[in-house]
Design a protein around this ligand. Structure first.
Ligand SMILES: [Zn+2]
Length: 134
């Protein structure tokens, strides 16, 4: 019974590990043809919200235009890096190795969120508009 549960968990993990690259490939293909709707925050209040430029930043990242991606929205690079690290950790766990790449403490995530919040505020100020092309 316990071995059967272990087998089911490993099959589930394998399915997830195989589905993630397929989902990324489908997303990369889909971003080329999807109609991007304008941001309602930007349309009504004429300010950039934290999500402004995120879709275009992911698209630029998939085309390996890293600088353009960071200028559009640095959250895409951070989220992608975190996703890749999590994926590597999961591959290690699947093969029985405990790999820890991402920090487990809360402080680093609070600092990252504060820096991103500051960036989101600054990119709406005309004097700092050069830090964003969104
Ligand atoms: Zn927006």
């Amino acid at each position: 019974m316990k071995q059967r549960l272990f087998y089911k968990q490993n099959v589930f993990r394998l399915c997830i590990l195989l589905a993630v690259p397929a989902a990324v490939a489908a997303g990369a293909y889909g971003l080329r043809y999807v109609l991007l709707l304008p941001c309602p925050v930007k349309a009504h209040w004429h300010i950039l919200c934290p999500g402004c430029g995120l879709t275009r930043a992911f698209a630029a990242l998939l085309e390996m235009q890293i600088i353009k991606s960071v200028l559009l929205n640095p959250a895409a690079l951070l989220l992608s890096a975190a996703g890749i690290c999590l994926y590597i950790e999961q591959i290690g766990m699947f093969f029985g190795k405990r790999i820890k790449i991402l920090p487990r403490g809360v402080k680093i995530y609070i600092i990252l969120a504060a820096v991103f919040l500051l960036y989101c505020i600054l990119r709406n100020i005309p004097a700092f508009s050069s830090i964003s092309i969104a």
